[in-house]
Design a protein around this ligand. Structure first.
Ligand code: PEP
Ligand code: MG
Length: 585
């Protein structure tokens, strides 16, 4: 029977495939396919891991035994017996082999997949003693994974899908189902085999959702209990446009969604013809369409979509998931240079590191004892940079050096105070000085500030005095104006881009920049939402920065617009009590 699970639509399109359930704690396990001739050696890696863990446990058992009857801990001895038993468990062994032999999963992936299958069975057990054995199984698997980390598979992750080689009989696509995915996990999945994903938690503009959009794969977040309802290997349809997940779909539904999927492909193909068409409105207004990127390699997609520059390089993705080992100046410099070279002479706007809130440096790691604090209001973005001046100076030097290789703009996130502006500018000056003293070449950068906090939007003249351009981060501006955590699906219905308060801050920022002839763009998700393109044009916006995957659809909309007419209409939307009601006019 088909079950439908509802969540938030975050990344368009339809994906149809078999579910791969991944526990949140294990999303960093490598997922890749192994070639057929590697099956035996992959099973051997598993066997070695199992033997090594069994040996470890036996050794502990012996040492306990040597302690003599008075010091031996009977509970521990019994526990170790259980662990040994679980290690030899037929269901675990044969299940893991099945995933390797029949699905060509690498050993770690096969092991965690089978763990999920058995863990579900434990969850359903009546007997609390047996139910608790799930934790033991998890520990045993964790030990095997730890062993395997030291014995890497000869097959490189990210290699081509070997299932598609040979007789050409491609197997079913796979979709990922997880309770939660951090933005850093998402980056890992960028190179992975999944055709779509679903998470139980997350808001529409959470960074996990943002990376999904940049990957251009169908995704639904905030689907609450999806990871419990969906079972390993279930057939699933992800409707990324409607925010619906269909589990175990009937043949009729499969046919219907298969048709929709092909229609989507035809539409993309049609849009791709607009790549070289200039983004000019019917009344001759030239509109700048820029790309948001997370990694230097994303510049290829930006150029492919016809972007005329990068409007937002979220540099923090270089800093995440590195176990505290942050990239040094040279590593950053190389990365920024790759982005600059990738854009072939078009400008690249590099935003200084914006970690914190829903972008922790490490998954699940918060500063100890501070779980009761709200990280969105804490030490994030520029606040963190100013608290870590040597880290910040290294980043500034790396960006300035990269600017010697092509046009670079430097963008600062989340400024709100004049003192923060002064400190930031002083550090930019200091970074230049350090490069001068060292005789290191660097280039000129235009300096920009993000308007993401109501306090900033209400003091635009201050920002215009100090910066060359402004970029409106609507994701955060909405979050902070409406007091809605952008990553919390429980309040996502209140996250309203056309709330009159948001529109007034947006309109005021755009008009003040335009009046002074200073560049202003929107780089939040509003810029890539085609249902808002007309409104933003009507409010005077001429520069939009968004994921490459959204550029052509927004361009199509722009080509149909007349800004003089939109201007009057936008004023009526701005004055309305319920602007959303006028949006379809
Ligand atoms: C924003 O807040 O709109 C923005 C572009 O920055 P981020 O989404 O990375 O916080
Ligand atoms: Mg932001």
């Amino acid at each position: 029977m088909t079950i439908s699970v509802h969540g938030l639509a975050v990344s368009r399109g339809i994906a149809i495939g078999r579910a791969v359930i991944v526990a949140s704690s294990r999303v960093d396990v490598a997922h890749y396919f192994i070639p057929v001739d590697q099956i035996e050696s992959e099973i051997e890696r598993l066997r070695q891991a199992r033997n090594a863990v069994a040996e470890e446990i036996t050794k502990v058992q012996h040492s306990l035994h040597d302690l003599g009857p008075n010091d031996a801990h009977p509970e521990l001895t019994a526990l170790l017996d259980v662990h040994l038993m679980l290690l030899q468990d037929e269901q675990l062994t044969s299940g893991v082999k099945h995933w390797i032999i029949d699905r060509h999963y690498n050993a770690e992936w096969a092991l965690t997949t089978q763990l999920e299958v058995i863990a579900r069975q434990f969850d359903e057990m009546e007997d609390p003693y047996l139910r608790e054995r799930k934790a033991d199984l998890e520990q045993v698997v964790e030990r095997m994974l730890r062993f395997m980390r030291g014995v890497a598979s000869p097959v490189a992750a990210g290699a081509e899908d070997p299932r598609h080689s040979g007789d050409g009989s491609a197997e079913a696509p796979l979709v990922l189902i997880a309770h939660d995915l951090s933005p850093a996990d998402m980056l890992q999945f960028k190179q992975s085999v999944f055709a779509g994903f679903v998470t139980d938690v997350g808001g529409k503009t959470s960074h996990t959702a943002i990376v999904a959009r940049s990957m251009d794969i169908p995704a639904v977040v905030g689907a609450r209990s999806a990871s419990h309802i969906i079972k390993q290997d279930d057939w699933v349809i992800i409707d990324g446009d409607a925010g619906v997940v269909l589990v175990d779909p009937s043949p009729i539904l499969l046919a219907e969604y298969g048709f929709k999927q092909r229609q989507g492909e035809v539409e993309r193909e049609r849009l791709s013809r607009l790549k070289n068409t200039p983004a000019v409105t019917l009344d001759g207004q030239k509109i700048e369409l820029l790309a948001n990127i997370e990694q230097p390699e994303d510049t290829a997609a930006a150029l492919k979509a016809g972007a005329v520059g990068v409007g937002l390089f979220r540099s923090e993705f270089l800093f995440m998931g590195r176990s505290g080992n942050l990239p040094d100046e040279d590593e950053q410099y190389q990365a920024y240079c790759r982005a600059v070279e990738g854009m072939q002479g078009l400008p690249v706007t590099i935003r200084t590191v914006d970690v914190g809130a829903d972008k922790p440096l490490e998954r699940g790691v918060s500063r100890s004892g501070e779980d009761h604090l709200n990280p969105a209001l804490g030490l994030r973005a520029i606040r963190w940079s100013l608290a870590e001046p040597s880290m910040f100076l290294a980043q500034l030097r790396a960006i300035l050096r990269a600017a010697a290789h092509g046009p670079v703009n430097l963008l600062i996130p989340m400024l709100a105070h004049a003192s923060e502006i002064r400190q930031t500018l002083a550090l930019v000056g200091r970074a230049r000085e350090q490069l001068d003293n060292a005789g290191t070449p660097y280039g000129h950068v235009k300096l920009g500030a993000m308007i993401e906090v109501p306090a900033a939007a209400l003091t635009i003249p201050l920002f215009l005095r100090h910066f060359d351009f402004l970029s409106i981060g609507t994701n955060d501006l909405i979050q902070y104006t409406l007091a809605i955590d952008r990553a919390d699906e429980a309040v996502s219905h209140l996250y309203d881009p056309v709330h009159p308060a948001v529109l007034h801050l947006l309109a005021g920022t755009i008009s003040q920049c335009n009046a002074q002839g200073k560049g202003v763009s929107v780089c939040g998700e509003m810029a890539g939402d085609v249902s808002l393109t007309r409104l933003l044009l009507g409010l005077g916006l001429r520069s939009f920065s968004m994921h490459p995957s959204q550029i052509l659809a927004v361009k199509q909309q722009i080509l149909r617009c007349d800004t003089t007419r939109l201007q009057t209409w936008a004023q009526s939307v701005l004055a309305a009590e319920d602007p959303a009601a006028l949006m379809t006019d």
